[in-house]
Design a protein around this ligand. Structure first.
Ligand SMILES: [Ca+2]
Length: 647
């Protein structure tokens, strides 16, 4: 480039800065160095990279975005704000013509864009939101096996559709529910608040929704979203699915049989269908329900859909993991955590659960294909998660250990860079402000959750937001009659990368419910324990694993496992995850951990106090009194009643 041309560009940049008042006038010659000049002209300037990440800026051609500027051969350079200069327009006349042309194009683009937005057909519409939320789905997906450094059931389960969402988007390693129990977890997800702030939404049995609590679906509806749901959103509780507008937005007329997948498919196969035909007929129900929802929206209207099947909730057809999905129970040998008895009965129970997880995966596949054929996949944020850990096993559902509160979480969609895995801690109450944020709605200040839209949109893997390094979880009442006086088992916990600190406020009570019998002669039969959750230890779902463990109650060999599953716990628990990832060695009374125990305890109490947790403010007994200790109408408590989706 000739010296005259270089001088011209430098002068252009400098004049532009001064004209726009962007910066104090820099000393002559300092605005653009020769090196910067060459980078600008060659398009390799680091300043260009910075420029691309910022919003459109005002310049003499109107508001022009980075790529548009680049396309017009504009060079960009400024220490604090971008300015541009024409790199190749030598003649003033050419500059004038180009300016005029660009003004015309800009006005046209803005006009068409505004029209398209108003008519709902434009790219400026907020994204669609598809939230797939399975009942009792912990952190089980094939994609997680690649992140784990020891054997796990994730090496056995096959989830190609879930893995696809993670691969094409972002996978969260540290997602936790606020409470490991259906209703309080869902109260928290919908309200964007800690469950203890949702009044009677904080308990499971006898829960009641307070319609003065804002919920994200209804706020999105107010903002113009088309909202809908299939299957379970908020229950058990009254009115069912209240935070989603009750059943007003239900799309279920094609059928609900997917919710009892293993039982229904087994029955259909017994009646003469092939497995493929039976499976496809249930998947077709999901597809038609979703298609009905899509057909009901106005043209171009953004949508928010909740897909909430309960198939991963117990019961499961015994043996269906192998019979329907070919999952060999023995392939789980050596892959269960230390607190899980690694015996044939437990492995077979696991195989049945993993079979339901594979069916859930197939259901997600149907929705992804439906979005693709509607041309909506790349306009839709797809988020997958579950409401707590595996039911009917030690340490799972209803526990504040990772097996109870850690869940799968992955998201793909517009603005989300593919192939990322993040370490950031997410509490599922953060979903509500995130969905609102994505939909262009300001989250109400009452929400204690924090939007993680920035994490979704970041190009980074690993730790994105340095503040996301912990979560607080908790629990009050699950099954109403689990203990004398219908009392809860109050717990709160702080989980950090290296530690889990649990505070049990009433250690004299039974964590997973009272045994319900004094003399062994009065103990329920194993068949009852396997099928009826309330038969004994009612906060531990009825299951083959529960029955097997219950049968070992006098066996010295399994005494530790039995006590881990059903026994009482001390007031404080502390686990060092660096040495004890299964969280089985309590170090709360170990003097070597006294300092960290005190620190974590204080941090936990600070969060609870700041968020007005009734467990630690006032007399701390709110959840110990009516209506929180009232018993639900006996219909739901009938012995032998099938418990799926209920507890
Ligand atoms: Ca659940």
């Amino acid at each position: 480039m000739c010296p005259e041309r270089q001088a011209q560009i430098k002068a252009d940049v400098r004049r532009h800065r001064v004209n726009k008042g962007l910066t104090p006038e820099p000393p002559i010659g300092s605005s653009v160095s020769d090196k910067e000049l060459m980078e600008l002209v060659a398009g390799t300037s680091p300043a260009m990279g910075r420029f691309f990440s910022i919003p459109p800026f005002p310049c003499e051609f109107g508001s022009i975005s980075g790529p548009a500027c680049s396309a017009h051969s504009c060079a960009v350079m400024c220490a604090d704000r971008p300015v541009k200069t024409m790199a190749f327009a030598h003649e003033v006349g050419i500059v004038w013509i180009m300016q005029t042309l660009i003004r015309i194009v800009t006005v046209w683009v803005l006009f068409v864009g505004a029209f398209a937005f108003r008519s709902g057909a434009g790219v400026q519409s907020p994204p669609n939101i598809l939230f797939c939320f399975a009942d009792d789905w912990g952190r089980y997906a094939g994609i997680y096996a690649g992140l784990e450094d020891r054997p796990s059931p994730n090496q056995v389960v096959r989830t190609p559709n879930i893995d696809r969402v993670a691969r094409e988007g972002v996978l969260f390693k540290n997602a936790y529910v606020t409470a490991p129990s259906c209703t309080p977890c869902r109260s928290s997800v919908l309200s964007g608040q800690y469950f203890w702030r949702t009044r009677r939404g904080a308990i499971l049995r006898n829960a009641q929704w307070d319609s003065s609590i804002p919920s994200y679906p209804l706020l999105l509806r107010e903002a113009g979203y088309h909202i809908g749901k299939s299957y379970k959103v908020w229950s058990p509780g009254t009115p069912v699915d209240a935070p989603y507008g009750r059943q007003e937005h239900a799309y279920e007329s094609a059928g609900r049989e997917f919710n009892n997948f293993s039982e229904n498919v087994t029955r259909m196969v017994r009646e003469g269908m092939s497995f493929t035909e039976a499976r496809n007929s249930l998947l077709e129900q999901i597809r038609r329900n979703f298609a009905d929802f899509l057909a009901a929206r106005k043209q171009g209207q953004p949508f928010c859909f909740w897909f909430g099947p309960t198939l991963t909730h117990r019961e499961y057809e015994k043996g269906s993991g192998k019979a329907l999905w070919g999952i060999e129970a023995d392939s789980l040998k050596g892959k269960l955590p230390a607190f899980m008895p690694d015996v044939a009965e437990v492995r077979a129970d696991y195989a049945d659960y993993l079979g339901e997880v594979q069916a859930w995966d197939a259901g997600i596949g149907v929705l992804l294909r439906e979005l693709e054929s509607a041309g909506e996949l790349d306009r839709t944020i797809v988020v997958l998660s579950g409401d707590h850990g595996m039911p009917g096993v030690p340490g799972g559902k209803c526990n504040l250990y990772d097996y109870g509160v850690a869940v799968a979480l992955m998201a793909r969609g517009p603005g989300i860079k593919a192939g990322r895995v993040v370490d950031d801690f997410v509490n599922l109450m953060d979903l509500a402000p995130t969905f609102l944020d994505l939909g262009g709605v300001r989250p109400p200040s009452v929400m204690t959750g924090r939007s993680f839209a920035d994490v979704l949109h970041s190009p980074k893997s690993g730790q994105v937001d340095p503040g996301r390094t912990w979560v607080v979880t908790g629990r009050e009442r699950h099954v109403d009659t689990a203990r004398p006086g219908n009392l809860p088992y109050p717990q709160r916990a702080l989980r950090t990368k290296d530690f889990l600190y649990v505070r049990n406020f009433a250690p004299d009570r039974w964590p997973v419910g009272s045994p319900g019998f004094e003399l062994d002669a009065d103990a329920p039969s194993l068949e009852m324990v396997e099928r009826v959750t309330r038969a004994t230890f009612a906060d531990f779902d009825a299951s083959p694993t529960k029955a097997w463990l219950f049968a070992q109650r006098k066996s010295p060999q399994w005494e530790w496992h039995y006590n881990y599953a059903f026994g009482k716990r001390p007031g404080e628990e502390l686990y060092d995850l660096r040495k004890d990832p299964d969280q089985v060695k309590n170090r709360a009374t170990d003097p070597a951990y006294a300092k960290i125990r005190k620190e974590l305890s204080e941090r936990l109490m600070k969060v609870l106090t700041e968020t007005q947790d009734p467990r630690v403010i006032g007399d701390g007994l709110t959840f110990e009194r009516p209506p929180y200790t009232d018993v639900e109408a006996p219909a739901g408590a009938k012995k032998g009643k099938k418990s799926r989706g209920q507890e």
